[in-house]
Design a protein around this ligand. Structure first.
Ligand SMILES: Cc1cc2nc3c(=O)[nH]c(=O)nc-3n(C[C@H](O)[C@H](O)[C@H](O)COP(=O)(O)OP(=O)(O)OC[C@H]3O[C@@H](n4cnc5c(N)ncnc54)[C@H](O)[C@@H]3O)c2cc1C
Length: 391
């Protein structure tokens, strides 16, 4: 027996053996649409990835979302790098969703419905015109429709709507099915997904890597970690010694069973949106409330949606929503996501705070984060989304 073996034997007698900790070069904390999309893209590029999810993948904001891919209706102000990010992501969607469909082998709804942003007064029309002007410069397909042309597009719409900005390129997905397909696609690409892991915390952070401790599944070590933990990302402020002003904004939303009347487009107004889903429901959303991490619905929140949806579509006046739910949008102090590597802690990358547009922004986020990990220049300017901008 060699002397080294003897020393090792003595060591193992005097110290309890440290349990083997699974190691991965890349660990993603959070299995919502953002974490899973990053995992999918990184796995496609040949990286070995683990996703650690506190509960069930897609069970938080992602599962609650209406699934609209609608940057032109959502962003009415002048264009900036956030508009570019959204515009770019919308363009990625047709190929992105097709890849998820092909790799997973699962079906999900992706409807190229187009959308209508409504005006109820002539004064509102002026705002639509100025929006149309700058968006056209960006190559956005859009036109103002009025009168019979509007009724032809959307026959059951209220007569109170005088005009609308029509965007044929805005689409929607059915998010609960899409996220399941994304999860299956990740697994087929070899991503190790640990659901119901309990809360992940940083146990040790060094220049070489991180030791992550989960509430339920032990520890994991990693070279780099992406925080895609949605509205909960501010819980990492202390270990990272960083200000992360991300907070939950509750969105309440409801669904009616669809009857004979169909809504053909995503209908936007200043007060909310209504759209038909392929599963025979009409979805109407959404409130924006400050309620901490409470995901219950309130009578006040839902009754406002019911009132407004009945105003937009009078055929809904005899119907009651059969399903109401709520989710927590990850909002940031300035409304823009946090995307990028931490300069003072370079093995941590932030991908959080997508607020109202996380479903739309998932492909572009996946690609820019994978570029950052590979040391490539991302296709979009990320300065505005610097995770250190609040220091
Ligand atoms: C009612 C409503 C409607 C919406 N409609 C749209 C829409 O039409 N279009 C659109 O683009 N966006 C929409 N959004 C916004 C969109 O849902 C979010 O921007 C998006 O889902 C954010 O994704 P995420 O992965 O960052 O967050 P989440 O889906 O919340 O995922 C974060 C995950 O991280 C996990 N997690 C958190 N902390 C930890 C931890 N410490 N350890 C382990 N796991 C952790 C959570 O359990 C969660 O599963 C809507 C949101 C709501 C609420």
């Amino acid at each position: 027996m060699g002397i080294l073996t003897t020393i090792r034997q003595r060591e193992s007698l005097s110290f309890p053996a440290r349990p083997a900790v699974p190691h991965s070069p890349l660990t993603i904390v959070g299995g919502g649409i953002i974490g899973l999309s990053i995992a999918f893209e990184c796995a496609k590029r040949g990286l070995k990835v683990i996703v650690l999810e506190k509960t069930a993948c897609g069970g938080q904001a992602t599962g609650a979302a209406a699934g609209m891919l609608a940057p032109y209706s959502e962003i009415g102000e002048d264009p900036d790098d956030f508009f570019t990010l959204c515009h770019h992501s919308l363009k990625l969607y047709p190929d992105w969703q097709q890849e998820v469909r092909t790799v997973s082998g699962l079906a999900f709804e992706y409807t190229r419905s187009g959308s209508l942003y409504l005006a109820f007064h002539e004064a509102d029309e002026l705002a639509l015109k100025s929006r149309l002007e700058w968006q056209k410069e960006w190559g956005v397909q859009a036109e103002i429709v009025r009168g019979q042309a509007l009724r032809n597009l959307e026959p059951h719409l209220t007569q109170e709507a005088v005009a609308a900005l029509y965007y044929p390129d805005e689409h929607h997905v059915y998010t609960p099915d899409f996220v399941q397909a994304l999860l299956a696609a990740c697994e087929k690409m070899g991503v190790h997904i640990v659901q119901h892991a309990g809360e992940v915390r940083f146990k040790e952070v060094t220049a070489d890597g991180l030791l992550l401790e989960t509430g339920e599944k032990g520890c994991f070590s990693t070279d780099q970690c992406v925080l895609a933990s949605g509205a909960w990302t501010s819980f990492f402020e202390e270990p990272l010694q960083l200000r992360l002003p991300i907070f939950p904004i509750r969105g309440q939303i409801c669904a009616y069973e669809q009857g004979q009347e169909e809504i053909k487009h995503i209908i936007f107004s200043s007060q909310g949106y209504v759209l038909s889903k392929g599963n025979g429901t009409i979805v109407c959303g959404a409130s924006e409330d400050i309620a901490g991490f409470d995901t219950s619905t309130t009578e006040k929140g839902i009754s406002r949606l019911v009132k407004w949806s009945r105003y937009l579509f009078p055929f809904l006046k005899d119907k009651e929503p059969f399903h109401c739910w709520a989710g927590l949008r990850p909002a940031t102090q300035d409304g823009y996501p946090l995307l990028g590597r931490l300069r003072h802690q370079p093995n941590v990358i932030l991908a959080s705070g997508h607020y109202r547009n996380g479903i739309l922004l998932s492909p572009v986020t996946a690609k820019v984060v994978a570029d950052i990990i590979e040391g490539r220049q991302p296709a979009v300017n990320l300065k505005m989304f610097d995770p250190l901008r609040f220091q």
